[in-house]
Ligand binder design. Structure first.
Ligand SMILES: [Zn+2]
Length: 512
């Protein structure tokens, strides 16, 4: 459409767009349900408070507002909700969030021109492990076939046929660590606006292979199958104006869902067999490269051996801390955050000038808070959710600091958001400052340490619970990164997980 068309529409049309944001990555194997309180601890906003409370934050609703300014939309704000990955979302929490969207769709139905939702794509309720598919089918039933629905997804979405059948436009993040939340919303919004203008008729299709993992977990920090396919998507999109957008999702393996796993979705202007062929080509490559993994996973023992070798040089050159990621106990993937295997390894190896974040243990936080700053205390910490992932550890230490566990995140990931670890205690155990938290949260920010009076740049060793998002803030200060797979819930070894709904046979469980 030429400039003339755009100028005339500004005088003639103001579209009304229903928006909503619900993001949760659900590990259906977790024994810890995700409650309304878990959302309240991260983000749970309704109606008008969404615009004020998300302004300037790298989160989807801030993108909705930018889009509304760009296209002169009138927005209907419903819900903005996110919680740390954990077990299935309880009925109460799901109803509260989903009904905010569905009730608005019902009551404002005559005025709604389009829908723009920010969803995760790997969310599960206690009753339906394809929560996004459920929500979108209910929304479609309310609004009918003619109202365009645009959806943004996390790069770890398990994209189901039901999601694709009930959305017109799907746009997934293209970064991991995820830093392009706003850009993704703006891509979806551009396509929605063009649809509302009658310029395009978007159609979305999906392709998968018999694989549960692949695409190097979606990492975009290295040369790998994911970044190669994203680069190819850029080239194809640039030379074909009917090819509206390509989304590559790495999937999320801790969801026991028939259609879990990596996928490609293609949104095109009109339905054309050529795009199904293109999608197959993408997934053939993903299948061929399924074994590619850019990480080197160390056992705790192997990590301690490498640490002892590397530490003298790190100390001599002052080149920054060795950062150890506790990959398998990453709360960001639904693990329990209280595994003690790595902490025990560090203590047994007598590592000092180190900091460890975090052990999730609200009970220990209360005990230590009661003891007070400066107190010498012996107690059990961690290991309380499922002791097979590292039993409670008996330690003796000094309470070095007590905080409210709240601070603004200043790294590139979720910049501007407030993180809430709940009441937090720093317990110094034989030269390791161990942060013990009341909420189970992935550690991605330097501020986790600095808010508690610890400068991570001058420590020899920083250990944290994260898989990949930590790289955004910690890679620039680290002399070296070590990735530990201690065997906790989010371990690379998924052979022990009791899948019931997943399609079989599938790589890597049955096929090689
Ligand atoms: Zn993700």
């Amino acid at each position: 459409m030429g400039m003339g068309g755009r100028i005339s529409y500004e005088f003639l049309m103001t579209f009304c767009v229903l928006t909503g944001f619900i993001s949760h990555e659900t590990a259906t194997f977790s024994r810890r349900p995700t409650t309304l309180d878990d959302f309240k601890n991260s983000m749970l906003l309704f109606g008008h408070e969404i615009a004020t409370d998300t302004a300037g934050i790298n989160v989807e609703p801030a993108g909705f507002i930018k889009a509304a300014e760009l296209y002169n939309w009138r927005l209907i704000h419903t819900v903005a909700a996110t919680a740390t990955p954990s077990g299935p979302v309880t009925g109460e929490a799901w109803t509260r969030c989903a009904d905010a969207i569905l009730d608005a769709a019902r009551s404002e139905q005559p005025t709604i021109d389009g829908v723009l939702l920010g969803l995760h794509g790997a969310m599960a309720t206690e009753d339906d492990f394809d929560a996004e598919g459920l929500l979108l089918s209910q929304l479609r039933a309310l609004l009918g076939p003619d109202i365009p629905i645009a959806v943004t997804l996390d790069l770890h979405a398990n994209v189901t046929d039901r999601m694709v059948a009930n959305a017109d436009i799907l746009c997934a993040y293209r970064t991991y660590p995820h830093v392009d939340q706003i850009a993704t919303v703006l891509r979806a919004a551009d396509l929605l606006e063009r649809t509302l203008q009658g310029e395009i008729s978007p159609y979305t299709l999906v392709a998968r292979r018999t694989m549960l993992t692949g695409l190097d977990h979606g990492r975009t920090t290295t040369e790998n199958p994911m970044t190669q396919l994203l680069a190819e998507a850029d080239v194809l999109e640039a030379r074909d104006e009917k090819l509206l957008t390509i989304s590559l999702c790495a999937g999320f393996r801790l969801t026991d869902l028939d259609q879990a796993g990596p996928s490609v979705t293609i949104t095109s202007d009109g339905d054309d067999l050529a795009y199904a062929v293109m999608a197959d080509h993408f997934m053939d490559y993903a299948w061929a490269q399924r074994h590619f993994d850019s990480n080197r996973y160390l056992s705790v023992d192997a990590c301690m051996a490498e640490l002892k070798t590397a530490l003298p040089e790190t100390r001599r050159t002052l080149s920054g801390p060795i950062v150890i990621a506790d990959h398998a106990d990453n709360p960001g993937a639904g693990a329990y955050g209280d595994s003690t295997f790595l902490l025990k390894g560090l203590l047994d190896s007598k590592i000092t000038n180190a900091a460890f974040a975090t052990i999730y243990d609200p009970h220990a936080v209360r005990q230590l808070t009661d003891a007070g700053t400066g107190a010498e205390v012996s107690l059990f910490i961690g290991g309380k959710t499922d002791p097979k992932f590292g039993p409670p550890l008996f330690v003796s230490g000094r309470v070095a600091n007590i905080t409210d566990g709240r601070y603004q995140m200043l790294g590139p990931y979720a910049r501007g958001s407030w993180q809430n670890l709940g009441p937090l205690v720093v317990l110094n155990i034989a030269g390791i400052d161990v942060l013990i938290a009341s909420h189970c949260v992935q550690i991605t920010e330097l501020e986790t340490f600095t808010h508690a009076g610890i400068d991570p740049r001058v420590r020899d060793v920083i250990a944290l619970k994260s898989m990949q998002h930590f790289r955004a803030a910690f890679e620039p200060i680290a002399s070296q990164l070590l990735i530990v797979d201690c065997g906790a819930l989010a371990s690379e070894d998924i052979s022990r997980l009791p899948y019931k709904n997943l399609r079989r046979p599938i790589y890597p469980l049955d096929l090689d």
